[in-house]
Structures are given as C-alpha cells and as structure tokens.
Design a binder for this molecule. Structure first.
Ligand SMILES: [Zn+2]
Length: 222
C-alpha cells in the first residue's frame, strides 16, 4: 500500500504514519529524516541538496522527488510506503505523481487527519522534546512525566519551532500551501479523511477501515 500523510502540524501525522507502517509492514518515510540522512551522506544527490541547504535556499522539488525515488528503490519499500512531510505543495504533489507513474507505483491513498486549527495550535505548543534523547511527547505524556523524559530521564523542553507564535505561522503556511494539496487528492479521488480528535488507536482504526484494511487488527502483532 502506497500512502501519503496530510494534516496540520500537530494533527498526528507522524504518530499515525508510524503506526500504519507497523500495521501494514511498510516503512514510514519521513522527508525530514531523509534530508538529515542525505546531508550526512556523500552521494552526488546529497552534495546537490547540501549546496541549497548551505545557501539557505529551498531544495527544488525535482531534487526532493529524486530523493524520494531513491528511497523508494530500497528493498524495504517494495511492498509500499507511508510518506510523511511531502508533498507540501500542489506542484510537489504533481511531480510526485508523475514520478510514481513513471515507475509504475502510483499512490493508493492520501490520508488526511483532520483537526480544527485551534486544536492544532494547542497541541503543538503543548509538545515537549527530550533534550537528551530527542523523543517528542504530547500534552498528556508531558503532564504525567513531571518534566522528565519517561524514556531516559532527560529534561523536557519546548522546541523553538513549537512556540505558539511559530505554530500559528506554520499553520498559515499550511493553510496557503498544503490545504490545496488536500483538494488535489480529493479531485483525484484518493483522499481518505479521518477525524483526528479521537484517541490515537481510534484514529488508526478509522484510517485502516477507510483503506479497507480493517481486518488486520492484532494479526500482525502490532
Ligand atoms: Zn529522553
């Protein structure tokens, strides 16, 4: 199954992408992780990407699509993938579609996790990250943790990116650029929309049901 995740920052794309990947036995491919990995690598593509990043410029869509393609050629993506963090604009969505068509592996669905704007801002500004191990925690976990990372005991801090002001700015970027991507996939007839204001397992079950994968609960061992 070949999927992309869509939703406001804070909607739970990363969490659901990870759970979906485990349930469907396909990798979650985060373009953020991919960029970090390629910047450490010494491939030709990595060097090209690095030039843009070092100049502080946006990496052009064709390079990002080439990166995604390279990642999809790895063995673990043979049965499919969950793409998270890309596409963010309609031109990127078109470029991705064209590339996937060329390699005969078109998308099966775009999964849109819907949460109201205010809820998204609230979630992002409540988020904390462990200074020591980098794990991210949502509000409920932060409240239970007493300010310490449940995994390693490190201090939990707010990422500068997660301040309410930045969260609102990212929301505006999303609304102007990424919201049209939702409409793009809707027009193509492959949009799956779920209510993101439910407990995490319920959101997952809604997505699986919409994808026609609901019979798998528990079978794959999580
Ligand atoms: Zn930690």
């Amino acid at each position: 199954m070949r999927l992309v995740m869509l939703g406001l920052p804070g909607a739970g794309k990363g969490t659901q992408g990870e759970l979906l990947g485990r349930r469907l036995a396909i990798p979650r491919i985060s373009t953020g992780d991919m960029f970090r990995a390629v910047l450490r690598s010494e491939t030709a593509l990595g060097r090209q990407v690095k030039e843009y990043v070092e100049r502080g410029e946006l990496v052009p869509d064709h390079l990002t699509v080439a990166l995604v393609e390279e990642r999809l050629n790895q063995a673990d993506a043979g049965r499919g993938f969950v793409l998270d963090g890309f596409p963010r604009t309609v031109p990127q969505a078109r470029a991705l579609d064209e590339k996937l068509r060329q390699i005969g592996r078109p998308l099966d669905a775009a999964v849109f996790i819907h949460v109201p704007e205010e809820e998204a801002v609230r979630r992002v500004s409540a988020r904390r990250v462990c200074e020591q191990c980098g794990a991210t925690y949502g509000q409920a976990q932060v409240e239970q943790s007493g300010g310490r990372c449940p995994a390693c005991g490190g201090p939990l801090v707010q990422r500068p990116d997660d301040s309410e002001e930045t969260a609102r700015r990212r929301l505006q970027v999303y609304l102007s650029q990424t919201r049209p991507v939702v409409d793009y996939y809707k027009e193509r007839g492959i949009l799956v929309e779920v209510d993101g204001q439910q407990p995490i397992p319920d959101v997952l079950e809604d997505i699986l049901r919409a994808l026609g994968q609901q019979g798998n609960a528990g079978v794959s061992g999580g």
